[in-house]
Write a protein that binds this ligand. Structure first.
Ligand code: FES
Ligand SMILES: [Fe+2]
Length: 339
């Protein structure tokens, strides 16, 4: 699917960057092919505007922020966080500022990230109940640019058949190529998929899993939030929960920004932040190598034909059906591409 061709995708929230990255000034980002600029308003909250000055089109991200106002670096026009021009230094001080503005987008903070919706969102941004809850810690694991499509990343996130192969170097077990089946309950936001997966548990995984047996299990509740976010809540027999929140933010038709937040109900003494980042980084890099080799816009007939024999492909097939229904419901049945 070529994401920039589907206007419906503009009506969802996407994670853009850690709010802390905005402390030094405005930052550019490309979302669904659209250049935007993020900065902090006077209250320290993230704001997003089109990255185009309405005077002579300079990129506002090349300017600077003072007191929550964004100044264009070309002729010094000053913008409020809602996109209005509030000062034009070339005018005499007593002249009224003419009504000019650059488009502003919905922007909010969640999980320490700035999230943006380009058009009026069809659904609210999903909750992260662990964020700020007692007994939980939050780790910003990744903020990486990948050359793949967000749908490829999402279907991979619910595909238990790749563990034995792609993750044979970490937790996958080549001797167990037949995957556990997901129980899937469709919801208005996407679906909730639950399963129990047996994984290898070598000694260097003990701190991560809290278990010291050669193999262990992950009880997984994996939620898909249309179109390109998910939350995977894994519980080990030790009681440790490893909750991953991903957003595969579409940058353009062949590139995504992968955000990964991790929540754990243990402490730094149980398992260090560095260990947890390195652990999931090794796993995610295994996925990255194979996903960057896939086609972002392919029509996957093979998978459709095999559905009856391949229950592990079911989550991805449901995703494609739901996304097609979503696009059709928003008048986009004609221009959709390969899914
Ligand atoms: S182009 Fe921005 S102030 Fe002139
Ligand atoms: Fe994977």
């Amino acid at each position: 699917m070529l994401t920039t061709r589907q206007a419906t995708l503009r009506k969802f929230w996407y994670s853009i960057m850690p709010v802390s990255m905005l402390e030094d000034g405005p930052r550019p980002f490309r979302l669904l092919g659209e250049d935007i600029v993020l900065f902090l308003d006077a209250a320290g909250k993230p704001a997003a505007l089109k990255d185009r000055c309405c005077h002579r089109t300079a990129k506002l991200s090349k300017g600077w922020v003072a007191n929550g106002e964004l100044t264009c670096g070309y002729h010094g026009w000053v913008y409020a966080s809602d996109g209005r021009v509030i000062r034009i230094p070339q005018l005499s001080p007593d002249a009224a500022v003419p009504r000019h503005a650059t488009p502003a987008y919905r922007c909010m903070e969640r999980g320490g990230y700035a999230w943006v919706a380009l058009d009026e969102p069809l659904t609210p941004l999903f909750d992260i109940p662990e964020d700020g809850a007692p007994g939980w810690r939050r780790i910003h694991q990744f903020y990486d640019r990948w050359h793949t499509a967000p749908l490829r990343l999402m279907e991979n996130s619910f595909d238990n058949a790749h563990f034995a192969f792609v993750h044979r170097g970490t937790f996958g077990d080549m001797a167990q190529p037949k995957p556990m089946k997901y129980e899937i309950a469709e919801t208005d936001y996407g679906f909730a998929a639950t399963t129990v997966v047996e994984v290898v548990n070598p000694p260097h995984a003990y701190e991560v899993t809290g278990c010291t047996t050669p193999t262990t299990t992950r009880t997984m509740q994996n939620h898909w939030y249309m179109p390109f976010s998910r939350r995977m809540d894994m519980t080990y027999p030790s009681g440790i929960r490893h909750v991953i929140v991903n957003c595969a933010t579409p940058i353009d038709d062949g590139t995504i920004q992968l955000t990964q937040l991790l929540y754990r109900n243990d402490s730094e003494a149980d398992c260090s932040t560095q260990k947890l980042i390195e652990w999931d980084e090794a796993i995610v890099n295994e996925d990255r190598e194979v996903l960057e080799s896939t086609d972002p816009d392919a029509i996957l007939d093979v998978s459709l034909k095999l559905e009856a024999h391949m229950p592990s492909d079911r989550p991805g097939l449901i995703m494609r059906r739901r996304l097609l229904e979503l696009l059709a419901a928003n008048g986009e049945s004609e221009i959709r591409r390969g899914m």
